[in-house]
Design a protein around this ligand. Structure first.
Ligand code: GDP
Ligand code: ZN
Length: 459
């Protein structure tokens, strides 16, 4: 693909800040910059070493627009692998906007979302899994999520996919020789060898696929709801958990005022406590939402934390919520263990496993660590040992692996039946294609557009 237009966008987040950055990429970058920039030294940008900051003014004719630092990164040694100019101006809304407008008046087009990164991909500087890792780095909610994304950006997944595809290619080469020269006296690959290779590949794909559940949680957060009837200690618990571990609070754009996601960092796991009406703001909203609403909210949750008051006997309301926990990842907290105990634990065990029940005192801050351990073991089930492990965090990659896995199963069954080589070849070609979805090798243009439209403008 040949890219011949030049694009520009504001790269920094909108709002007041120390500096704002405008980025230009493409053939005309340098000439546009020379046109609108006057260095204090009087020299042209091209007379400086590339990748150095040059001090001067952005001018529109004789009029100074802003005082800036400009960097020229000559392709291919730049983010997009094209000629890139970055202008560091004063932060805020107006400087960046004026400079961008000036640039756009010089036959430069406003970049689409993610277009800089898309160009880095199209120009072959990074593969698709690395491009996708960039957005994950930006959106990471915990150190661990960040590290996993960073590894992917450095090429951990790319290398693995390359390696797997190489193995597929080897098998394909053998098969092709066997197909082309079947009449002649060439050494043929045996069905036994084929099966060994296929099974080896299957194991590797499966292993990778199995990291996806934890990986998704690492990236998107574990959607968690806290349920229980009034006064059992939900707010106290939440405060206990939030106190030390609050990660990030985000307002979801486009929704009405009340929806807030609290990201709590539990042992590197971003717990997305979905708070449909803002526990933080109105104190006791969970009880206002009521039992009906609780049931609704935990239908969409990855984890339900149910709180019970252990100083009281179970009520019908408690039992009703318990009865709805089936098939959910659940932790039941018996709160207020500092008081005299009246709750009937054996009744609770009719609804949930014993090891999902944890005794705590939110008031005395007892048992909170156990909650953390429990969540950790539920999420990771030992599948992620540390952040340097390769983890599939992206559902698109997961889908591609699943398809590759299905094709390898087809291949194995064809091999077991001693079907002709060209049948088996079809399956291996499919594996090769599906794995290529992950690094972008076999992805179509319209899918690319969808992927990059999730990026920010200027990235
Ligand atoms: P919510 O209505 O479920 O959110 O419950 P709150 O967190 O508002 O707590 C209700 C009452 O129980 C408050 O007076 C808390 O101080 C008290 N409480 C919460 N946790 C404990 C606990 O572990 N022990 C004792 N003794 N009281 C608690
Ligand atoms: Zn409350």
């Amino acid at each position: 693909m040949f890219i011949d237009d030049t694009i520009a966008a504001i790269a920094t987040a909108p709002g007041e800040g120390g500096i704002g950055i405008i980025r230009i990429s493409g053939e005309r970058s340098l000439s546009v910059a020379e046109e609108i920039f006057r260095s204090m030294s009087g020299k042209l940008i091209k007379d400086y070493k590339t990748r150095t900051l040059v001090y001067g003014n952005i001018v529109d004719g004789d009029k100074v627009i802003d005082e800036v630092l400009v960097a020229y990164m000559k392709g291919p040694n730049s983010y997009t692998a094209e000629d890139v100019i970055e202008i560091n101006c004063h932060g805020g809304f107006i400087s960046v906007k004026k400079i961008l407008e000036l640039i756009l008046s010089k036959d430069v087009r406003l970049a689409e979302q993610g277009e800089f990164t898309k160009r880095a991909f199209l120009n072959g500087r990074i593969d698709l899994s690395q491009a996708e890792a960039i957005i994950d780095v930006i959106k990471a909610k915990t150190d661990m999520a960040h590290e996993v994304a960073q590894n992917q950006l450095e090429g951990s997944l790319s290398n693995k996919i390359k390696d797997l595809r190489m193995k597929v290619t080897e098998v394909l080469a053998h098969l092709e020789v066997a197909i082309d020269f079947s009449e002649e006296d060439v050494e043929e690959i045996t069905y036994q060898t084929l099966e060994e290779k296929a099974r080896e590949l299957k194991n590797e794909i499966k292993k990778l696929y199995d990291t996806a559940e934890s990986g998704k949680i690492l990236r998107d957060g574990l959607k968690t709801v806290i349920v229980g009837k009034p006064n059992v200690g939900k707010s106290s618990l939440l405060n206990s958990i939030l106190g030390e571990n609050r990660a990030i609070v985000t307002d979801i754009p486009g929704t009405t005022r009340d929806v807030i996601e609290e990201f709590v960092n539990i042992k590197g796991i971003p717990l997305k406590i979905v708070d449909t009406a803002g526990i933080r703001e109105t104190e006791d909203v969970v009880e206002k939402i009521g039992v009906e609403k609780s049931k609704e909210s935990f239908n969409s949750a990855d984890l339900v934390i149910m709180v019970l008051d252990s100083s009281r006997q179970l009520s019908d309301e408690d039992l009703e919520i318990l009865a709805n926990l089936e098939n959910k990842k659940t932790i039941v907290l018996l709160n207020k263990t500092d008081l005299e105990q009246k709750i009937e634990e054996d009744k609770i065990r009719q609804y949930v496993d014993n090891d999902s029940i944890i005794r705590i005192s939110a008031l005395k801050h007892e048992g909170i660590e156990e909650i953390h351990d429990k969540i950790e073991s539920m999420v990771y089930k030992g599948s992620i040992k540390n952040t340097s492990s390769l983890v599939i965090t992206n559902s698109r990659h997961k889908d591609a692996l699943l398809r590759a896995y299905e094709s390898i199963n087809d291949a194995i069954s064809a091999i077991e039946q001693n079907l002709p080589y060209d049948f088996i070849e079809v399956d291996f070609k499919n594996i090769w294609d599906y794995l290529g979805y992950i690094n972008g090798d076999t992805v179509k243009e319209d899918l690319l557009d969808t992927i990059f439209s999730n990026f920010c403008i200027g990235k």
